[in-house]
Design a protein around this ligand. Structure first.
Ligand code: HEM
Length: 183
């Protein structure tokens, strides 16, 4: 009789343990599941293909970009103390590196965050990222012409938002979302 009770107790403990393990696995799965990457494979292709059309005209692109940026917010101009052509070269080189790693932003995360932190020293505020995003999209549209389809635009809006939010992550406590251009 005692053995039977002991057996039932052991059996029940075992079943409880099994249930517990199952629950823990369910709980872990719920929290380990990663959010989907913000860019689809198709959007990554759009960004790469469009950027390939920009790189051969990078000097002109940078020139147009700063012209549009200062048109959108003339007060931003005073933040740029060095030669704009040198600055243009730097931003295009950096964007090129980031575009080449756009399928895995984590691989350039530390570089982007350090750059975002340096931007505080240049006097850059979180809201400026929205203006820079608008200038970038405008110049992409101007430079790509018919190639700048809604699909390409959406891909760039998401990519820029990803780049800007990574740069702002450690630099500012609150992030500003990047809006789609109004048509
Ligand atoms: C995608 C976002 C951006 C990228 C890739 C980028 C890239 C760069 C790079 C590579 C530099 C060179 C110095 C360094 O590496 O620290 C730089 C400097 C600078 N950036 Fe940005 N930047 C971005 C956003 C912004 C925004 C939102 C502003 C705001 C207006 C801004 C304003 C400046 C200024 C004022 C400098 C210093 C220029 C000088 O010393 O003359 N950048 N940026």
């Amino acid at each position: 009789m005692m053995y039977a009770v002991l057996f039932v107790v052991i059996l029940l403990s075992f079943l409880l343990l099994l249930e517990n393990i199952k629950n823990q696995a369910r709980y872990a799965q719920q929290y380990v599941e990663e959010e989907p990457y913000p860019l689809t494979a198709e959007q990554i292709k759009c960004i790469r293909n469009s950027w390939r059309r920009i790189m051969p005209i990078k000097e002109k692109f940078a020139e147009l970009f700063y012209a549009r940026l200062f048109e959108l917010d003339p007060k931003i101009k005073r933040l740029f103390r060095g030669r704009l052509d040198f600055q243009g070269e730097k931003i295009m080189t950096t964007l090129n590196v980031v575009v080449n790693s756009i399928e895995d932003i984590k691989s350039v995360e530390a570089m982007l965050q350090a750059m975002g932190n340096r931007h505080i020293i240049y006097g850059v505020q979180a809201a400026h990222y929205e203006t820079v995003g608008a200038a970038l999209l405008f110049v992409l549209e101007q430079s790509l012409g018919d190639y700048f389809t809604d699909e390409v635009e959406d891909a760039w809006v998401t990519a820029y938002s990803l780049i800007a939010s990574t740069m702002k992550e450690t630099a500012y406590p609150i992030s500003v979302p990047i809006e789609r251009r109004s048509t």
